[in-house]
Design a protein around this ligand. Structure first.
Ligand code: NAD
Length: 254
């Protein structure tokens, strides 16, 4: 039996990077998986590939910062796979700029994509979990929730909010069978992580291979995050609620 046998999971941001690695792992561990992402090409290609391999995986498109699109996509997944009991809130992005060059639009955009999305997705999925009396929500935070990086003030602030969102959901719903935890990646080799390294380097921040090696031993891989998300999503973490799991090989311990 897989560690997610019988579960129905949604992975937001599941088209590429850590989200896609989680989709593959969750499916291999027995879950039916709904991918919700704005990247239609990569998301539907992954769903088709896994469905052809015999897994129950569907794709539904949404900009996760838009309520109507989220509600529609969640309803599509529910109608095809059944009530959802695992939610991996992973979709997110980054704006890297010197603070004094940021504009109000940057703030609104990043909070909409990184934070409001968690509210909208959780608001749409949680009633199904409450009806079943059980559910696990995993929210992607970051080392950036507690470690500041130059030119990432807005991003760091969004990740601090993700941290607290997960804790507060856990406190409000613990007694109704809901767990909500945050996973906090270090630097991970995904489209997001590679863009972050390139843009920080262009602004003179040392995120060289040597600097990343010194801070966390190596560039993390998407599967490192997927395995941590699997633990938090599965019943293996039944008594783990409202916590933050740093997946950074000691970056945040130094
Ligand atoms: N890669 C890292 O180093 C790192 C470190 C810490 C945290 N994170 C977090 O991981 C997430 C980024 O994911 P990744 O590293 O797997 O890279 P990624 O860029 O491959 O994945 C992000 C996914 O989210 C989707 N997405 C972005 N905005 C969306 C929107 N508005 N609506 C729907 N889908 C949207 C993208 O299409 C993509 O599939 C973010 O939440 C980021 O804060 C990444």
């Amino acid at each position: 039996m897989g560690r997610l046998a019988g579960k129905v999971a949604i992975v937001s941001g599941g088209a590429t990077g850590c989200g896609a690695a989680a989709v593959r792992l969750f499916a291999a561990e027995g879950a039916a998986v709904g991918i919700i992402d704005r990247n239609v090409q990569a998301g539907s290609a992954l769903a088709i590939e896994l469905a052809r391999a015999g897994y129950r995986v569907v794709f539904a498109t949404a900009d996760v910062s838009k309520k109507a699109e989220v509600d529609q996509a969640v309803a599509t997944v529910k109608s095809q796979l059944g009530p959802v009991n695992v939610l991996f809130n992973h979709a997110g992005t980054i704006v890297i700029k010197p603070f004094l060059e940021t504009e109000e639009e940057d703030w609104d955009f990043l909070f909409d994509v990184n934070v409001k999305s968690m509210y909208l997705m959780t608001r749409a999925v949680l009633p199904m979990m409450l009806a079943a009396g059980k559910g696990s929500i995993v929210c992607t935070s970051s080392i950036s929730a507690v470690y500041g990086t130059p030119n990432e003030v807005l991003y760091d602030a969004t990740k601090g909010a993700c941290h607290m969102f997960a804790r507060a959901i856990a406190v409000e719903f613990r007694d109704r069978g809901i767990r909500c935890n945050a996973v906090c990646p270090g630097f991970i080799e995904t489209p997001h992580g590679l863009r972050e390294v390139a843009e920080l380097t262009a602004l003179g921040v040392d995120v060289s291979e040597a600097a990343i090696k010194a801070a966390q031993g190596r560039f993390g891989q998407p599967e490192d995050i997927a395995r941590a998300a699997l633990y938090l999503a599965s019943d293996d973490s039944d008594f783990v609620n409202g916590t933050q799991l740093f997946v950074d090989n000691g970056f945040s311990a130094a």
